[in-house]
Write a protein that binds this ligand. Structure first.
Ligand code: SAH
Length: 221
């Protein structure tokens, strides 16, 4: 990172976030715009209030309804893969949760489509992002395994909950050469990045990470 970038980062970073940003750099995150963005987003507003003092720590945290926000490194790694490999047009996210990852995607992609199966999390995330002035996100309360309802082709699909196999509807909506990011649980829990090449999937990266499970159906408030 250049001295100019570093100075910009230091003056724009939320004071509590600077330790998190330094740690991400030590862990190998190099994209300066991403680091600056994560330094700016008030992560404490996305977690359960009782845990807000831990919001910038290297740990997953509760966001309500027995769900968790991923630790900062996992969020940064998934985003870095997208920045490196995906066309930044349309992205589909399964598992809006708190909306933290959605907020980051919205900065880089033209359009974000995000689906959440838990009604109160869906409502909170929608309200949170709109109050932050984010206006390129479409939220849907649904079971994300069915994909986006209007058959829109996506440049990337990111699944932030662990499935034993990938729902067909999600691979079908991905363009040729589109990027898929999803957790897998074998041989150990990890997150991976793949490129769709015809009927083959080329693995572009993977890293150890834990995710809550992808669940069936919808859950009302
Ligand atoms: N990316 C989120 C964290 C997600 S936790 C964040 O930044 O906060 C995983 C989320 O996936 C949970 O909110 C859970 O309710 C949701 N989820 C699980 N199964 C789902 C499904 N089938 N469709 C849509 N969302 C699902």
């Amino acid at each position: 990172m250049s001295q100019h970038d570093l100075n910009w980062l230091i003056t724009h970073t939320e004071p509590r976030a600077s330790g998190m940003i330094h740690q991400l750099e030590e862990q190998g995150i190099t994209h300066s715009e991403l680091l600056a963005l994560m330094g700016n987003i008030p992560r404490h507003e996305f977690v359960e209030p009782a845990f807000s003092h831990l919001a910038y720590s290297a740990t997953p945290l509760p966001i309500g309804r027995n769900q968790t926000i991923s630790q900062p490194l996992t969020v940064a790694r998934m985003t870095e893969w997208l920045l490196q490999y995906a066309r930044l047009g349309r992205v589909l996210e399964i598992g809006t949760g708190s909306g933290y990852q959605t907020r980051i995607l919205a900065h880089f992609f033209n359009k974000v489509h995000t689906i959440e199966r838990q009604q109160s999390l869906y409502q909170q995330a929608k309200q949170r992002l709109s109050s932050m002035g984010v206006n390129n996100v479409e939220h849907l309360f649904a079971d994300g395994q069915a994909g986006w309802p209007h058959r829109i082709e996506m440049d990337a699909v990111i699944i932030t909950a662990m499935a034993s196999k990938i729902p067909l509807a999600l691979t079908n909506c991905l363009k040729e050469n589109g990027i898929l990011i999803m957790p897998i649980d074998h041989p150990t829990p990890q997150i991976g990045c793949w490129r769709k090449e015809g009927d083959r999937w080329k693995c572009l990266g993977n890293e150890s990470a834990y995710f809550v499970p992808l669940l069936e159906g919808m859950e009302h408030a």
